[in-house]
Design a protein around this ligand. Sequence first.
Ligand SMILES: [Zn+2]
Length: 244
Amino acid sequence: MPDRLARLIRERQPCVALTGAGISTESGIPDFRSPGGIWDQYDPMEYATIEAFRRDPVKVWEFYAKRLDVLREAEPNPAHLALAELERRGLLEAVITQNIDRLHELAGSEDVVEVHGSIRTSVCLSCGATATFDEVVELLVDEPAPACPRCGAILKPGVVMFGELLPPVEIDRAYELARRARLLLVVGSSLEVYPAAFFPLETLAAGGELAIVNRDPTMLDSRASVVLSGSAGEVLTAAVESLR
Ligand SMILES: [Zn+2]
């Protein structure tokens, strides 16, 4: 089956990837939405909404500091590396990702469209100053929440919180990529959350095909040209191998 995926990637260019939490679980980053995930311990309404942040940013940072600890240690896995390799070979135009973990970038992917923002930078909602991931980690050594170096307000993680608008430039680009793709390669996304659920529909409506690599069934399996349910790292590594 990875052979079939490889053939589709070769024949149906441009190919664009769409990735979700499932691609990063093999890097030790838990899928927050799965049972036993972090939302069982932390009520998203208390920790992940923009209203919660405005009400009590220090409390929200107690939660984010834990996430940062996990993200700081995480490294790209074979699935991230395979997508970066496909891009280097001119077989993958871009990666659209719901993930905020920077692992595509760390794997060497150059064109990454982050539709839920990224942990890479934090921003001050008062004065607009930004701080890098490393600067925030440094600030958190001494304080429970990172203060803006310019004005002292508590910085907000650069990820899209519930109740915030998705970044319009990235969303537009993602839709455009999805429409142009003759193959949309979905990896580790259950395709349940907006906007990810809409991109494959754009591809199909424009005459493109879908390939889905996910551990669990998705709503769009019946409309995909190929569905592979194993480990994303193993499946994509095998597909890249058979493209040699
Ligand atoms: Zn500031």
